[in-house]
Structures are given as structure tokens and as C-alpha cells.
Design a binder for this molecule. Structure first.
Ligand code: NAP
Ligand code: ZN
Ligand code: ZN
Length: 347
């Protein structure tokens, strides 16, 4: 066992506080790395506060993890000491089911093992995430990270990046498509960057007027403030795809009416309450609502390689570990530009 420092909560109403625990010994297929940076995802808040009803405590959140390898097991092929490495939302899966075989480990029939807030089926105990100084993960669930990019700004690619890259690729979004991104936060700003990089015409639909300038800088071609009815005029039946990244309960019907014939609303945000959808908003124009969850390991590596090639990273605000509760409060107000990343040197 190796002694590990982290930050944890012990209940849904707790603040994050220092927490010491042990990681397992490095097994033959394991990679151990020092965590240098960890992004702060809104899913961390949902789970810390048990908003999805599935939380297990103590909980060490964090699933946008990057760092430098400190030890590898005897059978590890992909990594050596000193390499950069990343871990996203998954640290294990059955590896045998049809989805695992297809590289869709996030849809493992046995249930993939989350990086935190999960029982570790193989080693026992709970998994603890990236708000910590080191991690031990089977190499199959560790991705390679380029030395070319700013490492702190790479961290959010491990969740916000792959969660937006994957559906845009799945639906083959590209030139000629009109895409709207709802919510300009961690996921939203990456959706804008990828959709623009893939050649789509991108509109940001936001509740925050001050984000208009940033939306353009991130690559969006248009912006509409959804609280202002005048700015919504002309958006009826306009978009081929809408990527909804909103973390809080909101009205889906308004956005559905903005989809063109055969348009798809791709929901990646997971508000704590079910969505209410008026059937007529789907019938008219044969519209669809779809969901998408992170991405499998091969696609996560593909996304990181794409980002290294096209110089794409997240726009971040680097924070100290003890700022985390304040960061959560700011995210809940939509005040994030556009991902908080924890500098683990401050742990
Ligand atoms: P975030 O950084 O906090 O951004 C969410 C954005 O949604 C806010 O910045 C805000 O943008 C908008 N928003 C917030 N409250 C709103 C409201 N009441 N009405 C309308 N818009 C509102 O969150 P995130 O980290 O991007 O995560 C977003 C959601 O995706 C969360 O529910 C998270 O759990 C989920 N998620 C899903 C996956 C997956 O695999 N599908 C992966 C990661 C995260 P504006 O200021 O522009 O309005
Ligand atoms: Zn996440
Ligand atoms: Zn499986």
C-alpha cells in the first residue's frame, strides 16, 4: 500500500477537507503516477452533494487527472517512468463484453468502475479520484498525454473534452451543419472548440450576457442570450444539432423548437431531475433527443491526439486545492471561465 494525500467529503453536506488514505501496491499491469493537475467537473458537485442519489462516502472526487508516471508494473507496455499520463472517468471494466470489445468501456455490460464514487470490484474498497497526489490504475485505462500542450489545460480534456468530442464525432458533425451549444461552462466551451474545429457553424445559447465576447474567442460564430426573447427570434427550426450541457433543471422544449427537420438534441448535461418534454416538439420535424456519456478509451486517446495535433486545450483558471469549495459555489452560479483546474502542488 502507498500512503496518499487527498481531499474528501464524508457526507452530502460536508465541505472538502484533507483526507489520508492508501492506494494499492503497483501490480504487474498497473501504472502509478504523481497527479500534477486535476480538473473540476460539475459531476464532482452532483456526486459530492448526492444529487444523483448514488453517492458513497468518504468520497475523493476528481476524474480529469494528468500527471507523470512514477512506477510501472512488470507487464506494462505503454508507459515508462517519467512519461505523462492521464485518467478520465473510468479505471476498470469487464474487458470481455461486446461494448468493452468495441472500445465502448463506458457502456460495459457489467458496469464500468468509476474513477471515484465506485466500489472497486477487483481490489475491494472504494475508488478514490484525482483530488489527491498520486493514483494507481491498470494501464488499459490510462491514456498517453502529449508533452506539446500546457499540461494543466489538458486535464479537462479527460472528461469535458471527450464528452463533447465523442457525440460530435458519432453524429459526424462538420461543414454545412448548424450546431447550438447550450450552456457555456466546462463542457460547453469544449463543445464550441470541437464543433468549430470540425467546420460547423456554431451558436452559443447562454444565460450569461458577459460570455458573448468569450464565445466568439472560443470559436463560436453566433451568440444568443436565452433570457432575452428578442435574441431568440429567428432561431426556430434553425439547428441540425443542439448540444445541451446544462447542469441544472431547465426547459428542454424551448431548445427542441429550435431544431431543424431531423435535428438531434444531444443531452450531455445531467440535471438531478427528469426532463419534461412535450411530444409535439418531437413529432414536428421528426426531431430526436439523444444522450451521450464520456467516451471509450480508444476514442479518449484519439481525442487527446487530435488536440495535440490541432493545439486544442481547455481555457482554465488554475486554483489551489483549498479553493475548491469556493470554486464549486462559483460554478453553481455559472461563473467559470471555463474550467477550474487544481494545481496539486498546493495539496
Ligand atoms: P459547468 O461548467 O458548471 O457549466 C454548466 C453551464 O450550464 C453553466 O456555466 C451555465 O452556462 C449553464 N447553466 C447552469 N445553470 C443553468 C440553468 N439553470 N439554466 C440554463 N443554463 C444553466 O458544468 P460542466 O462541468 O460543463 O457539466 C455540465 C453537465 O454535464 C453537468 O450536469 C455534468 O454532470 C454533466 N456531465 C456529463 C457527462 C457525460 O458523460 N454526459 C460528462 C461530464 C459532465 P451559461 O452561463 O452559459 O448559461
Ligand atoms: Zn466529468
Ligand atoms: Zn464490459
Amino acid at each position: 500500500m502507498s500512503a496518499t494525500k487527498g481531499y474528501a467529503v464524508h457526507s452530502a453536506t460536508d465541505t472538502l477537507n484533507p483526507f489520508d488514505f492508501d492506494r494499492r501496491e503497483v501490480g504487474p499491469h498497473d501504472v502509478q503516477f504523481e497527479i500534477l493537475f486535476c480538473g473540476v467537473c460539475h459531476s464532482d458537485i452532483h456526486q459530492v452533494r448526492n444529487e444523483w442519489g448514488n453517492s458513497i462516502y468518504p468520497m475523493v472526487p476528481g476524474h480529469e487527472i494528468v500527471g507523470r508516471v512514477t512506477a510501472v508494473g512488470d507487464h506494462v507496455k505503454k508507459f515508462k517512468t517519467g512519461d505523462l499520463a492521464g485518467v478520465g472517468c473510468l479505471v476498470d471494466s469487464c474487458r470481455e463484453c461486446d461494448n468493452c470489445q468495441k472500445g465502448l468501456e463506458q457502456f460495459c455490460r457489467q458496469g464500468a468502475t468509476g474513477t471515484y464514487n465506485a466500489e472497486d470490484k477487483k481490489h475491494g474498497g472504494l475508488t478514490y479520484g484525482g483530488y489527491s497526489n498520486q493514483i494507481v490504475v491498470d494501464e488499459n485505462y490510462v491514456v498517453k498525454v502529449s508533452e506539446k500542450l500546457d499540461l494543466a489545460a489538458v486535464a479537462p480534456l479527460l472528461c469535458a473534452g471527450i464528452t463533447t468530442y465523442s457525440p460530435l464525432k458519432h453524429w459526424k458533425v462538420g461543414p454545412g451543419h448548424k450546431v447550438a451549444v447550450v450552456g457555456l461552462g466546462g463542457l460547453g466551451h469544449m463543445a464550441v472548440k470541437f464543433a468549430a474545429a470540425f467546420g460547423a457553424d456554431v451558436t452559443v445559447l447562454s444565460t450569461s450576457p458577459e460570455k458573448e465576447v468569450d464565445a466568439a474567442a472560443l470559436g463560436a460564430h453566433h451568440f444568443a442570450l436565452t433570457k432575452d426573447p428578442e435574441q431568440l427570434q429567428g432561431l426556430a427550426s434553425k439547428f441540425d444539432f443542439i448540444v445541451d450541457t446544462v447542469s441544472a433543471p431547465h426547459d428542454y422544449n424551448m431548445y427542441l423548437s429550435m431544431l431543424n427537420t431531423d435535428g438531434v438534441m444531444i443531452c450531455v448535461g445531467v440535471p438531478p431531475t427528469p426532463m419534461e418534454v412535450l411530444g409535439f416538439n418531437l413529432l414536428g420535424g421528426r426531431r430526436s433527443i439523444a444522450g451521450s456519456a464520456i467516451g471509450g478509451l480508444p476514442e479518449t486517446q484519439e481525442m487527446l491526439d487530435y488536440c495535440a495535433e490541432h493545439n486544442i486545450v481547455s481555457d482554465i483558471e488554475l486554483i489551489d486545492m483549498n479553493y475548491i469549495d469556493a470554486a464549486y459555489e462559483r460554478m453553481l452560479k455559472g461563473d467559470v471561465k471555463y474550467r477550474f483546474v487544481i494545481d496539486m502542488a498546493t495539496l
